[in-house]
Design a protein around this ligand. Structure first.
Ligand code: FAD
Ligand code: NAI
Length: 467
């Protein structure tokens, strides 16, 4: 029986980062992973493969549509989907190897098999070869992540009715792709297949896309996607999919109920969210409490209802994002080492990696209104930003929301190219409790798209220069 200071169950971005930080702090650490590869959802079937396909499909689209106007003459690009999938796989493999390297470098034992908590301080691992192992440990961190949410009565076969996992590995470009859910997965993977030639229709239950993002940003984003060729059916739900024919017959009904219509599709992508994954972990028997949505219940120190058992990442409350899971992994390792590990949930950025990208940190206008906070808003469009003009990529804007009394920045929302990289100066500012004035007086290199952030900050005080 092996003895550890910490056993982490799951090697997604939450689990493996937690293990590395704990090893850095001098703990003897093991990770348990049921999959053949390390890295969890993010590296294998999430962030990484989706970003590889977003990048490759964007290049395909650019080569076909934007090169000529810059004087770059190339023949019409031809799609080799097999090679594109290969490119994706190389990206996954490179990242998975990176995690293997980090485990070795930090002397972390990797135990392959399904972990089950047999009480505080005890983890049993059932290997794929049928062999069982028992681990003794001072502490356990549950980092088992999440799984696809399913639609009642609609069976995902990962061929014609797919989740994000199947949508990352389609063997050919569907002529008609119907997506259920206008959230992050629907819009990112919809973009991939739309760029490669699919007709995309998105059916969304709510009357808007990207719930949780700033309403003004979502509205403009929807218009841009419609201009690209996306079709949206908002306030609608899919009630059934008939798989008997050559194409799928999808029943779409108003969200509130009423007359349904039939829409034909070659592939249906179900992207209605994700659910915490706790199957087979033995939580009930171990006495680890869940909340009403099946997430592991934790306190502000990531501690569950059982002493010595902690939980982080997608399996607990909060945004289901890789960087949130990572930061929680670091925080819990530091807490176990007697330090003051902490995550500031008010400054976690969110990015949608489409073209243009959408990024945000902090509060939306809707949230501020609902909380009755008096705020001022400064907005600056990329049409007035010099670099965007010369590159002819002027879609979108930056919006900064600041406290009306103190000028402290409460939220930053960007829609535009490279928005996902640009958001981080706002994150740093907000971590330091900075004001719009601080941002407005910070020198920004010219010509950059980031100057639009400075101008939006100036616009909070009604003194933008280029507008
Ligand atoms: P996971 O990454 O889900 O890892 C959990 C691990 O635990 C898995 O490897 C699983 O096999 C293992 N496990 C589970 N139970 C057991 C057990 N009993 N024993 C042993 N091992 C077990 N987030 C972003 O921030 N940016 C993005 O661009 C992004 N893109 C995404 C794209 C897609 C298509 C999807 C599906 C998700 C995306 N996400 C993105 C979300 C991101 O993947 C998750 O937030 C993140 O992976 C959560 O990390 P985690 O460590 O909590 O869990
Ligand atoms: P999501 O929560 O972002 O979006 C789901 C959408 O489906 C919502 O708009 C919801 O209103 C809608 N919906 C729910 N039930 C429905 C129904 N029956 N019919 C029609 N619409 C319905 O979830 P998504 O896109 O599945 O992503 C899962 C998680 O993965 C998210 O929490 C996200 O944070 C994470 N992710 C993050 C990415 C990023 O950071 N770039 C990329 C992809 C995923």
């Amino acid at each position: 029986m092996a003895n550890y200071d910490l056993v982490v169950i799951g090697t997604g971005p939450g689990g493996y980062v937690c293990a590395v930080r704990a090893a850095q702090l001098g703990m003897k650490v093991a990770v348990v992973e049921k999959n053949a590869t390390l890295g969890g959802t993010c590296l294998n079937i999430g962030c990484m493969p989706s970003k590889a396909l977003l990048h490759a499909s964007e290049m395909f689209e650019e080569a076909g549509h934007s090169f000529a106007k810059m004087g770059v003459g190339v023949p019409a690009p031809k799609l080799d989907l097999g090679a594109m999938m290969n490119f994706k796989q190389q990206g996954i493999d490179g990242n998975v190897k990176g995690v293997e390297f980090l485990m070795k470098k930090n002397k972390i034992d990797v135990i392959t098999g399904k972990g089950k908590i047999a009480g505080a301080g005890k983890v049993e691992v059932a290997g794929a070869d049928g062999k069982a192992q028992s681990l003794e440990t001072k502490n356990i961190v549950i980092a088992t992540g999440s799984d696809v949410a399913r639609l009642k009565g609609i069976e995902i076969d990962e061929k014609r009715i797919v989740s994000s996992t199947g949508a990352l590995s389609l063997e050919k470009v569907p002529q008609k792709l119907l997506i259920v859910g206008a959230g992050v997965i629907g819009l990112e993977l919809g973009s991939v297949w739309h760029r490669l030639g699919a007709q995309v229709t998105v059916v969304e239950f709510l009357d808007r896309i990207l719930p949780g993002m700033d309403g003004e940003v979502a509205k403009q984003f929807q218009r841009i996607l419609e201009k690209q060729g996306f079709a949206f059916k908002l306030g609608a739900k899919v009630t059934a999919v008939d798989t008997s024919g050559k194409t799928l017959s999808v029943q779409v009904e108003p969200a509130a109920g009423g007359k349904s219509e039939t829409v034909q599709a070659d592939v249906v992508l179900v992207a209605i969210g994700r659910v915490p994954y706790t199957e087979g972990l033995g939580l009930k028997e171990a006495g680890v409490a869940l909340d009403d949505r099946g997430r592991v219940k934790i306190d502000s120190h990531f501690a569950t209802s059982v002493k010595g058992i902690y939980a982080i990442g997608d399996v607990v409350a909060g945004p289901m994002l890789a960087h949130k899971a990572e930061d929680e992994g670091v925080a819990v390792a530091e807490i176990l080492a007697g330090q003051a590990g902490h995550v500031n949930y008010d400054a976690i950025p969110g990015v949608v990696y489409t073209t243009p990208e959408v990024s945000a940190v902090g509060k939306t206008e809707e949230e501020l209104k609902q909380a009755g906070v008096a705020y001022t808003s400064g907005k600056f469009p990329f049409t007035a930003n010099g670099r965007s003009k010369v590159n002819q990529t002027t879609e979108g804007f930056v919006k900064i929301l600041a406290d009306a009394k103190t000028d402290r920045v409460l939220g930053v929302h960007i829609i535009g190219r490279e928005a996902g990289e640009m958001i981080h100066e706002a994150c740093v500012l907000m971590e330091f409790g900075g004001s719009a004035e601080d941002l407005a007086r910070t020198c920004h290199a010219h010509p950059t798209r980031s100057e639009a952030i400075k101008e939006a900050a100036l616009a909070v005080g009604k003194r933008a220069i280029h507008m």
